[in-house]
Design a protein around this ligand. Structure first.
Ligand SMILES: [Zn+2]
Length: 471
């Protein structure tokens, strides 16, 4: 297989794409590192970086752990027993890995329960449509909500046709451009439709065309409009309803949802560390979110991010590498429907915010081609770019803009902490994001190993280098 690896590298693929090749010695990335042009100041870190790269690429331990987490614990929505059990497993497993000061820190989180839900076209001909209620939606009446559908493609169109909205279910059939632009309809569409008198809201799922895939996700109501039930349907069904309406036909549907909030419940951030050998008070934070939506096992969003950042600590421990500064792993809870984990961490560590040297989050998948992003001052960026040269052997040496993450955001803002992100190909990521298809089958072991290698090397060098990363 070792003949495959240089070929893959020569093709710019970075790492091997076949699973079997991963079980052989990962000679090429380490050789590439040995031959790479690396700035002189990195010399003391080069051997350990090579060890980490080699260990990360040597097998599919990380993918196997991802499978264990997602197979055994499943979907991990805040307030679910699954998440509670997964948190216990994570803390136990971190201890077994030899991480230090492993603890769970209590966070109160919302408990939203989906319940049964269904959607059918009752006129013209009867047709059952797959749907996913949006997180935070209210229920319909038990007998369901029956109404005609009004289809719009933009918020402007809704405003212009305001007089037609009353008593109808508004369907936003909004073509996907990118997540940031299109997600505003998921977050605020129900509120806007209700302002004009709608009795329900349906959303064309926020994502590229899938296989009749439905995408859930968070939404908010406002005080200025009644709460109305809100659910996502597939791109295909949204377009179909739109085409029927464009032919001058009426579309009447029956929507049934049992969704509800129950009282807030106890959840937790899971934290483990490698204590710094010289400056333990200075912290390199690596994080992810451990909760997921309830439609699948959340393998890509964000179990794989958690396993990827966690592995860096496990490998350092296994290889006997103890950096100068503390590396702190945080599996944040409740990112998806509350961000309570990220805000609780900021509140608990407010006094130490200044001591956070760098905050890294992996919450955009690991699909190829992946990249590292950095946000921070220019002096720090030059150092990060230098460290990137150690990753040339796996084609991850170019660090782009766009560091950050929802969970690390609050502490980073408070402490003015530079941020990094690991992110995979956005089209692949958002095709399965918050859908029943977010399963480990979509993720290749080589993609996970590459994320582990990149994050481990970056984390190690920033934690170990002599000078603190400038703010
Ligand atoms: Zn996520």
């Amino acid at each position: 297989m070792s003949r495959l690896l240089p070929l893959a590298l020569a093709l710019g693929l970075g790492v091997v794409v076949s699973v079997t090749s991963l079980v052989s010695p990962p000679a090429a990335p380490v050789q590439a590192l040995a031959q790479a042009q690396v700035p002189a100041w990195l010399a003391p870190h080069r051997d350990n970086a090579a060890k980490l790269l080699s260990a990360a690429m040597a097998d599919q331990f990380a993918w196997d752990r991802l499978a264990e987490l997602t197979d055994i614990y499943g979907a991990r929505l805040t307030g679910s027993d699954n998440l509670t059990r997964a948190i216990t497993w994570a803390a136990d497993t971190m201890r077994a890995d030899g991480l230090e000061r492993v603890r769970t820190e209590k966070v109160m989180g919302p408990k939203w329960v989906r319940g049964a839900e269904s959607l059918e076209i009752i006129d013209p001909p009867h047709h059952v449509i797959p749907l996913l209620g949006l997180g935070g939606s209210i229920a319909t009446a038990p007998q369901g909500l029956e109404a005609d559908v009004m289809v719009v493609s933009t918020m402007d169109e809704l405003q212009k046709r305001s007089s037609e909205v009353k008593g109808r279910i508004v369907l936003f059939d909004v073509p996907y451009t990118n997540y940031g632009e299109t997600v505003v309809y998921r977050a605020g569409g129900a509120r806007l439709a209700a302002q004009h008198g709608a009795v329900g809201m349906l959303l064309r799922s926020v994502g590229p065309m899938g296989l009749r895939t439905t995408h859930t996700g968070g939404m908010q109501y406002g005080d200025d409009a009644p709460k109305i039930p809100a659910a996502a349907i597939s791109v295909e069904d949204a377009q179909r309803i739109h085409r029927i309406v464009n032919r001058g036909r009426k579309v009447r549907v029956r929507l049934k949802m049992e969704a509800r909030f129950e009282p807030d419940v106890e959840s937790a951030n899971v934290i483990g560390e490698l204590r710094g050998r010289e400056r333990p008070e200075e912290v390199v934070l690596v994080g992810c979110h451990f909760d997921s939506w309830d439609a699948a096992t959340g393998a890509s969003d964000d179990a794989v991010g958690c396993i990827a950042v966690w592995e860096g600590l496990r490998l350092m421990r296994k290889l006997g590498i103890q950096p100068r500064r503390t590396v702190r792993l945080v599996l944040f809870t409740n990112e998806e429907n509350g961000l309570r984990g990220g805000t609780a961490y900021r509140d608990a560590y407010a006094k130490e915010a200044e001591n956070h040297v760098l905050a890294i989050e992996s919450d955009s998948g690991v699909f190829q081609p992946a990249r590292l992003g950095f946000t921070g001052p220019e002096a720090a960026r030059r150092i990060i770019d230098d460290i990137g040269t150690l990753l040339a052997g796996i084609d991850m040496h170019t660090v782009g803009p766009g560091g950050g993450g929802a969970d690390i955001g609050p502490i980073a803002q408070l402490g003015k902490v530079p941020m990094m992100a690991y992110g995979g190909d956005a089209t692949k990521y958002f095709t399965i994001h918050h859908t029943p298809a977010d399963m480990i089958e979509r993720i290749l072991p080589a993609e996970v190993s590459k994320a582990v290698a990149s994050l481990a090397v970056m984390t190690y060098v920033v934690a170990d280098m002599e000078e603190r990363l400038p703010k």
